[in-house]
Write a protein that binds this ligand. Structure first.
Ligand SMILES: Nc1ncnc2c1ncn2[C@@H]1O[C@H](COP(=O)(O)OP(=O)(O)OP(=O)(O)O)[C@@H](O)[C@H]1O
Ligand SMILES: [Mg+2]
Length: 249
């Protein structure tokens, strides 16, 4: 379970205080898949940074499994928006970074990663360096690195933004299958309303900066959801609600 209570955050800049998050409250139950959607620059990545433990709150509280004091950094799977692949490591050795930090032997970690290299469209590139990869491939490598550890809580910041529609759909399906197998908790940031509706149990909509939560939408569409789901009337109804909120000035 992830709980964010009355979270506010400002940055000091040359022009003065920049308020980014304004009293954010959200609750993600254990095993839930929740998306966060909102205009560019509103503070979505900042929110994930704070939940992951990379950034500090100004005021407010983050609780994981009812505990507000447990260490979060390194205990939560986090795929940042920037792929942060290390240029001096091969693709495979980038992917196994999380395992290595946990003390897993390199050979074992590599073996585990190799089981997914083909699914992630990286076959034949495992021993290359990140600079030879396309943007979409980098994103998939970074995605694999973040989910390989199968942590109880995973934060994903626009994991599929650089992918074409077909690959995006395959990766979404892979993620949902992983989530259903593990029963873990996922918070996904996206700009894509269809993606949010297809994947989530619940969607939080953030306003422009300073961001507040302006809507919490339960997505009660039956699972499994497929690409055909987007043509159903129930889907269209939820999408209309979401778009109306996003376009509100
Ligand atoms: N370290 C920082 N110092 C100053 N301002 C910052 C810092 N980090 C983020 N900001 C500002 O906070 C605001 C929110 O940034 P953030 O990256 O969280 O937005 P976002 O919702 O993730 O945007 P996008 O959808 O484009 O990824 C922006 O105005 C950004 O300039
Ligand atoms: Mg962002």
């Amino acid at each position: 379970m992830v709980e964010v209570n009355q979270l506010s955050k400002s940055f000091s800049t040359e022009e003065g205080e920049r308020k980014v998050l304004d009293n954010i409250n959200l609750r993600v139950n254990a095993g839930e898949f929740v998306s966060v959607i909102g205009p560019s620059g509103c503070g979505k990545s900042t929110l994930l940074h704070i939940i992951a433990g990379i950034d500090e709150v100004d005021s407010g509280k983050i609780k994981i499994n009812d505990n507000g004091n447990s260490p979060r950094l390194g205990h939560i799977g986090y795929m940042q928006q920037k792929d942060l692949l290390l240029p001096w490591r091969t693709v495979l050795d980038n992917v196994i970074l999380g395992f290595e930090l946990k003390g897993v032997a390199k050979s074992e970690a590599r073996q585990k990663a190799m089981e997914h290299i083909e699914t992630f469209g990286l076959k034949g590139f495992e021993n290359q360096y990140p600079f030879v990869l396309s943007g979409g491939m980098r994103q998939r490598a970074s995605f694999l690195r973040s989910v390989l550890l199968r942590q109880d809580v995973m934060l994903l910041d626009e994991p599929f933004g650089a992918l074409d529609a077909l690959t995006r759909h395959q990766m979404q399906e892979w993620l949902v299958n992983l989530w259903r197998t593990l029963g873990n908790t996922i918070i996904l940031v996206t700009h894509d309303t269809d993606e949010a509706l297809l994947l989530s149990d619940k969607i939080y909509v953030m306003s422009a900066r300073p961001a507040k939560i302006v809507m919490s939408l339960e997505v009660d569409l039956p699972r499994p959801r497929t690409h055909a789901t987007v043509t159903e009337p129930e889907f269209a109804k939820l999408k209309a609600k979401l778009l109306a909120q996003l376009h509100e000035k």
